[in-house]
Design a binder for this molecule. Structure first.
Ligand SMILES: NC(=O)C1=CN([C@@H]2O[C@H](COP(=O)(O)OP(=O)(O)OC[C@H]3O[C@@H](n4cnc5c(N)ncnc54)[C@H](OP(=O)(O)O)[C@@H]3O)[C@@H](O)[C@H]2O)C=CC1
Ligand SMILES: O=C(O)[C@@H]1CCC=N1
Length: 277
């Protein structure tokens, strides 16, 4: 990334913060980034104080001066947010959209110019350089744009290049994915309380259990079912515990969860299209 490249974030919420936190630890200087939002001035001040980025209440100014524009508002706010800056966007700029479910075609149409759009689905682990991000090319985006986006997201984790139609599934799987893991940890912490373990001790044990299992998956490359069987002694505690998970159809619940999240991504895209018709 050349030093003088400017990245404007439209939206200063959780995902913008995760990306800025990760990006400023690597290739990017905080001064290369300008952050704007709808109205929350305190939030902008927080971003400036925490990360040293530039902030701008004048969205048009932030956008017109940027090389890369990152759309980081909620899908429901995208039509209004994009329309408010479309007139200052030009075809030399690269638009990177984080909007769940919203197609590059819809974004091009809202901007009303033949502008390069790369659609991305990172996750909040970007904050510590551990995002699993997928990116896809819009109609007017070239391989050079893809390379720029890939370099940008590689500063915050791994990047997979996918066809745009696969981004709904990616959103349901790895975009929302950290929340599924946090939900499991919440349940483990509740269970630890109920079985009478000291909270601080349980917290450390749970965390290391999750980290250890994730590292085992990566380091051994063994199928998760093989690793699970290695834990499960016949007639032992794991078998008894997994039996309860099977009774509650745990795997079916997780599969249904990811399918529903995928479907919701499609709905969010449709809702935006209906709102601008
Ligand atoms: N959170 C996540 O894990 C992930 C989110 N995403 C996507 O990232 C996007 C942002 O999500 P998230 O950060 O969670 O959302 P947040 O609700 O945390 O933040 C949304 C931001 O958008 C701003 N905003 C709203 N309307 C406008 C507007 N018209 N012009 C400028 N800024 C506006 C808000 O400003 P204000 O507060 O002033 O209203 C706020 O700063 C979404 O599209 C989501 O689908 C993608 C991957 C993962
Ligand atoms: O919940 C959402 O809609 C966003 C997209 C993926 C993660 N958070």
């Amino acid at each position: 990334m050349k030093q003088e490249t400017t990245v404007a974030f439209i939206g200063a919420g959780s995902m913008a913060e995760a990306l800025i936190s990760g990006m400023t630890k690597t290739l990017y200087q905080p001064e290369q980034m300008v952050v704007t939002n709808r109205s929350d001035a305190k939030r902008l001040e927080y971003m400036q104080q925490t990360y040293g980025v530039r902030i701008e209440t004048d969205k048009e100014k932030a956008v017109s001066e940027a090389d890369i524009i990152i759309l980081a508002m909620k899908p429901k706010d995208a039509a209004e947010g994009i329309a408010s800056v479309a007139h200052v966007i030009n075809e030399q700029q690269l638009i990177i959209s984080l909007l769940a479910g919203v197609t590059t075609e819809a974004i091009v149409s809202l901007i009303g110019k033949q502008v390069a759009v790369v659609r991305a689905m990172p996750n909040t682990s970007a904050a510590i350089g551990q995002s699993a991000t997928a990116i896809a090319l819009g109609h007017y985006a070239t391989d050079a744009h893809l390379a720029i986006a890939k370099t940008l997201f590689e500063t915050v984790g791994i990047v997979a290049v996918v066809q745009e139609q696969d981004l709904h599934a990616v959103t349901g799987l790895s975009g929302s994915g950290p929340a599924y893991v946090y939900y499991l940890v919440e349940a483990m912490e509740k269970a630890a309380d109920e079985i009478g373990l000291d909270r601080a001790v349980a917290k450390d044990l749970i965390l290391q259990t999750i980290i250890g299992a994730a590292h085992m998956l990566k380091a051994t490359n063994k199928h998760p079912s093989v690793l699970r069987k290695e834990v499960t002694s016949p007639g032992g505690t794991t078998e008894a515990g997994i039996g309860v998970l099977e009774h509650y159809r745990y795997q079916e619940a997780v599969i249904a969860c990811i399918k529903r999240a995928t479907e919701r991504s499609e709905e969010l895209g449709q809702a935006l299209l209906s709102s601008v018709k």
